[in-house]
Design a protein around this ligand. Sequence first.
Ligand code: PHE
Length: 463
Amino acid sequence: MSQVFHEIEKKIISVLKIELKLTPEKLEKLTLLSPDQVRRGIEWLKHKELAIVDASTNVEYSLGKNGLESFQRGLPEKRLLDLIKNNPKDISDLQKELGSVFGPAMGLAKKNDWIDAKENKIYLKNYPSNLPGEKSLKQIGEGITSETQLDKADLASLLKRPNFLVENIVKTKKISLTKTGQSLDVTSPGSGAIDVEAKVPDVFVARTHPLKDTIDEIREIFVTLGFTEILGNMTQPSFWNFDALFTPQDHPARELQDTFYLDGISSKEIGTPEQIRKVSESHKKNWRYFWDINEAQRMVLRTHTTCVTIKHLAENKSDEARIFSLGRVFRNEKVSYKHLVEFNQIEGVVVGKDASLRNLMGIQREFYKRIGITKIKFWPTFFPYTEPSLQTMVYNERLGKWIELFGMGIFRPEVTKPLGITKPVLAWGGGIERIAMLKYGLDDVREFYNNNLNWLRNVTKCQ
Ligand code: PHE
C-alpha cells in the first residue's frame, strides 16, 4: 500500500533526506514553509513514526559589560603589559591610563610573575605568549557562542571574571527521519492526494468564561421573567449599604474585618436631607442609640447589591416594579474553598400592593427551575432589613448536602417608610459563584479565578 502525503510532509521529507538533521528554523528556510506549517508537518511525521525530534539544551555565551569592554580594548592585563612593554611606567600614570581595570590587571600580572614593582614604577618581567581567556573572548565577540565550540579551560578563566560573560540556556530541536522515513520516495506518482485522516494540531477557539456564561444566563432568566436591570456603583456610602437597610451602626457586619472601607474617604452627599433625617429617626426610635452621620458617610466597597436596589427604590418610589441588579461585591473575609473577597451577586425586588411571601417563594422556585435546580426548600433566617426572612436551601446531589443559596424576605417598614416606599417590597439576593459551582460541579470557588487553561478549554458549556 502506498502512503499518501501532504504537500508539507513531502517538502520536509525531501529536505531531510539530504540534510539529515535540521532545526525547525533551518527547515523553514529550506522548504519555504511557514513556521506553523513546519510545526504541523513535523507533528504529522512524528505521529506516523517517520521523523524524530531530538530536543537538547545548549549553553551559549554573550559578552557582559566588562567582557564587551575587554573585547574592544583588550584584556586589562594585556593593556597593562602593553603599556610597560618598552619602558617602565609610574604607578600613578598607569592608574590614570587604566582607570577601573588597573586593580584587576595588576593583580593578575603580579600573580603570574609578569611584572615587578620598584620605587613606584612597574617593570615588565615576562611577556606571556598567550593570555588565558583571550581566545574565548575573541570568539564570543565574533559570534562563536556555543559552549561546545569553545575551549573549556580558556573559557573557564573568563567565567571567573565578574560581568564578562552572560550565560544563556538555549533549547534546540533537531528533526531527522527515521529509517522508514529515509526510505520513502515522496516524488513517486500517487503521493499527491491529501490524507484527510492525518492528525492536525488542536486548535482552541476563544470561549467565554464559564462564570460569565452563568451571569449571562441569570440575566437572561430575569429579563424573560419581565425584570429590568439596574446598575449601581461598587463604592457606596455606608448610608446605602447599611443605614438605609436598617443595619445599626454597631452591627458586626460593619466592622473592619467584614467590610472594606475606603480609608479616610467620606461621602459629602449621601442622600437628600429628608432621607437622612428619616433614616436616622428610624434608627434612633427603633434601635435606640445615637446615630452618627459621620459613620453613614464612610465609603465602603459594597458588601451586597441590596444597596443598589434600595437606592433605586428610594429614588423612584414606584408602586409596582420588577427590578434586578447584578454585579461584584466585596467582603473582608478569609479566602477559602467557599469564600472569596470579591464575588458576584444577583439581587432582585418585586414591588406591588399585593406582593406576598408566597409570591416571593414562587419567583424563587421559577428561577431555580430555569437554572436547572429543582430540589429546594426554604428556611427561616435573619436579615436586619427583612421580616420575615428566608433562606433558600438547595440540594447538591453530588455532595449529598443541602447548601444555602439566596437570602430573601419582605422589606421591613423600618426600611421602606423612611424612604417613602409605600407598597410591599419582596427582595432577595445571593452569590452567583455558588450557582456556577453547582452547574459546573466544582467544590472550590477559587477554581473560577485560577485560570486553569485545561479546565477552561474543556469544561462542558451546556451542563
Ligand atoms: N443582601 C443579602 C446577602 O447579601 C441577601 C438579601 C437580599 C437578603 C435581599 C434579603 C433581601 O446575603
